[in-house]
Design a binder for this molecule. Structure first.
Ligand SMILES: [Mg+2]
Length: 222
């Protein structure tokens, strides 16, 4: 049986940071005098900051403005995570440990910037599990482009057909499938319904990662 390599999305899969992001975007939008609604949040969830900024606030924003605004928003976000903390979602701690015990390489493949991931991996004490951490800063194209997952696989020395991606978002599932990988989708944080994740090509959809066993994951690439 082929040994799987595991690639984790972070926001909504490893941890639920949505409220931290929502309040950070809202605070940022207030600072530039623009509205930011729950619908705006839902419509841009999982996208990279430059894409969100151009879609919602300033279509012609250049890279410098996107970097400045993105940093402004992320500062609010990191303050929120530091002040209020965050916990691993159900099933995650067990899976991280069981994959590690079997010697399966694990990576993070996230659209989030490096500063955020550093903070989250530190707050949740999970850094030791990951042989590679690929961030939004490491790629030029966000999900649904497969670049972030293909980069993670390459760093782990894994071929895409060995990789199982854990995701919660439609764009992330599409990215995994576009990369030729298997995908386990979880609806726990309820940003994306099971039907849409399935339609995007998820191989398995569960309400909680507490339902997933290592044997199921192994069977996906076996
Ligand atoms: Mg996510």
């Amino acid at each position: 049986m082929t040994t799987p390599a595991i690639i984790w999305d972070v926001d909504g899969t490893l941890v639920d940071t949505a409220e931290h992001h929502f309040s950070a975007w809202k605070r940022f939008a207030e600072e530039i005098g623009q509205p930011f609604t729950r619908a705006d949040f839902a419509a841009t969830f999982g996208m990279r900051n430059p894409e969100i900024l151009r879609k919602l606030f300033e279509p012609g924003a250049d890279e410098a403005l996107c970097a400045k605004w993105g940093e402004q928003k992320e500062n609010h976000y990191r303050k929120s995570v530091r002040d209020e903390g965050t916990q691993l979602l159900p099933g995650v701690a067990r899976l991280l440990k069981e994959f590690a015990e079997r010697g399966w390489p694990q990576a993070v493949g996230s659209s989030a910037p490096l500063g955020n991931l550093d903070l989250l991996l530190s707050v949740t004490n999970t850094r030791r599990y990951f042989g590679a951490v690929i961030t939004g800063d490491d790629v030029s194209r966000g999900k649904p482009d497969p670049e972030v997952f293909l980069t993670a696989a390459a760093k782990l020395g894994a071929t895409p057909i060995r990789c199982v991606v854990f995701e919660d978002a439609v764009a992330g599932v599409e990215a995994a499938k576009a990369g030729g990988m298997k995908c386990v989708a979880v609806t726990f944080v309820k940003h994306h319904p099971a039907g849409k994740l399935r339609a995007a090509g998820a191989d398995v959809v569960v309400a909680s990662l507490g339902e997933i066993t290592v044997e199921q994951v192994a069977a996906l690439v076996g």
